[in-house]
Design a protein around this ligand. Structure first.
Ligand code: UD1
Length: 427
């Protein structure tokens, strides 16, 4: 199993480039199921979850080519012959987002068998809202032997209200509705940029969608969709992670190839914490920090609020700020697994229910730590970048699920970080 060895103390200086958003690419790849034509997606990140999704689509009979070049990361998907609309447990257990194929499979094939999901161990993470919506559109859903089976000859447009805001739930039902009969109106939808990215792709395929990016999405179902070429948004969470890396190491970093418009809440907090943040142009942000960082509270919310996927990384920063920061996690239970590991590096953090109280500034010291999930891993890398001595991070496969060659990117701006074990891709 791969490990990262990180020696702390270097300020990060230079330009670091952001890859395409994993959480946009996953639903967009699933959307290829909706047409017999070929679709091409550009700016696909080279991360393990994308490889998992490739395997998932291929296991159903799709032809998926993943090409990673220097300038273009591209995938071409043809779902002409979807012989087996089944998402098998072996694949689904490693990636919860596999449930995203449910809606498009029923819409295209009239049936789907999808194993109950696994994925990051951050709370219960049910998919009841996906199922409730599909049933309201006329699907008959049964559950047996750990699999969900859904059938509908053609889904019917309807009015849907999400009891709770769900990102992949909104995406799944959006994909189900584009080929449904009549109009679907979805209320209390997720407004994340990944939903808008998917909607843009679907519109490119001939879907009729209004309101993506707002709480109410209206879809007029069509008979058929066609192929398209679509470029995936930059990854706002990777960009946010790099911005924190610049601030925490007292560096001077340009985060390039990002969308500053997607990072409002994160930029605001970095400024409140005392970093200098400058939007240089439409796709790059400069972050600097030479004075002391100050404590600032965060409370995770759905977009456009502070993202839960940045909570762990922000906590690493809070350990280096003067004063007390209160970090409240409102989206997931059990998303504080990084706390214990940060504490092993010398952080002073107390958890009470949904709130972690971080007392800074702590002098972190290197330690052997364990990555527990994707964003927790990023938090540990950030802490290791400022810890005294050499830290060893175990189980970096969690990191490889969502960050493209992060050690190479960080090394390019002055970090001392190397991988031990199998190089990603051969394992
Ligand atoms: C997506 C992101 C993930 C991010 C999360 C919140 C992808 C592939 N993943 O996950 O990185 O952390 O949004 O921004 O895009 N819920 C239910 N029933 C459901 C669905 C969700 O109760 O049917 C609950 C969840 O348990 C959670 C909350 O709703 O408490 C939000 O979850 P959701 O937005 O669905 O997260 P994901 O889409 O899985």
């Amino acid at each position: 199993m791969d490990k990262f060895v990180v020696r702390g103390g270097n300020p990060l200086v230079g330009t670091i480039r952001v890859s395409g958003a994993k959480n946009s690419a996953l639903p967009c790849m699933a959307a290829a199921i909706l047409t017999e034509d070929e679709v091409t997606l550009e700016n696909i990140p080279q991360v393990r979850d994308i490889e998992t999704e490739r395997k998932l689509l291929a296991s159903m009979g799709a032809e998926v080519e993943l090409g990673y070049g220097r300038a273009q990361h591209r995938t071409t998907i043809s779902c002409r012959n979807l012989s087996d609309p089944v998402a098998k447990y072996e694949i689904v257990k490693t990636m919860r987002a596999s449930s995203l194929v449910l809606g498009p499979l029923i819409a295209r094939c009239g049936m789907a068998r999808v194993a109950m999901p696994g994925g990051c161990a951050i709370g219960g993470r049910p998919i009841d809202l996906h199922l409730k919506g599909l049933e309201k559109m006329g699907a008959v859903i049964t559950q047996e032997h750990g699999y969900l089976e859904a059938r509908a000859s053609r889904l019917r447009g309807t009015e849907l209200f999400f009891d709770k805001i769900t990102v992949t739930g909104t995406e799944d039902l959006l994909m189900a509705s584009v080929l449904a009969e009549g109009e679907t109106v979805m209320e209390n939808c997720a407004r994340e940029p990944e939903v808008s990215d998917l909607a843009a792709m679907l519109i490119g395929m001939g879907a009729k969608i209004e309101g993506a990016g707002t709480p109410t999405i209206r879809v007029q179902g069509v008979e058929k969709l066609h192929g398209t070429r679509h470029r995936i948004n930059p990854d706002r969470i990777e960009a946010g992670t790099f911005l924190i890396a610049g601030a925490i190491t007292r560096g001077d970093l340009i985060v390039a190839n990002c969308n500053p418009g997607h990072l409002g809440a994160v930029l605001e907090k970095l400024r409140e914490a005392g970093a200098t943040v400058e939007i240089l142009n439409a796709d790059s942000i400069r972050v600097r920090s030479d004075g002391p960082l100050q404590a600032a509270d965060i409370s995770t919310q759905e977009y456009p609020g502070f993202p839960t996927d940045m909570q762990a990384q922000y906590m690493a920063l809070a350990t280096q700020a003067e004063g007390v920061s209160r970090i409240t996690e409102n989206i997931f239970e059990n998303r504080f697994m990084h706390v214990q590991e940060l504490a092993r590096m010398g952080a002073n953090i107390a958890v009470d229910g949904r709130t972690a109280t971080v007392r800074g500034r702590a002098q972190l010291s290197s330690a052997a730590v364990m990555c527990s999930d994707l964003r927790a891993s990023a938090s540990l890398v950030l802490a290791a970048l400022v810890a005294e001595g050499e830290s060893i991070l175990d189980r970096v496969y969690h990191m490889d699920r969502g960050y493209e060659r992060i050690e190479e990117k960080l090394r390019g701006v002055g970090a001392q970080i190397r991988r031990m074990g199998n190089v990603f891709g051969n394992g």
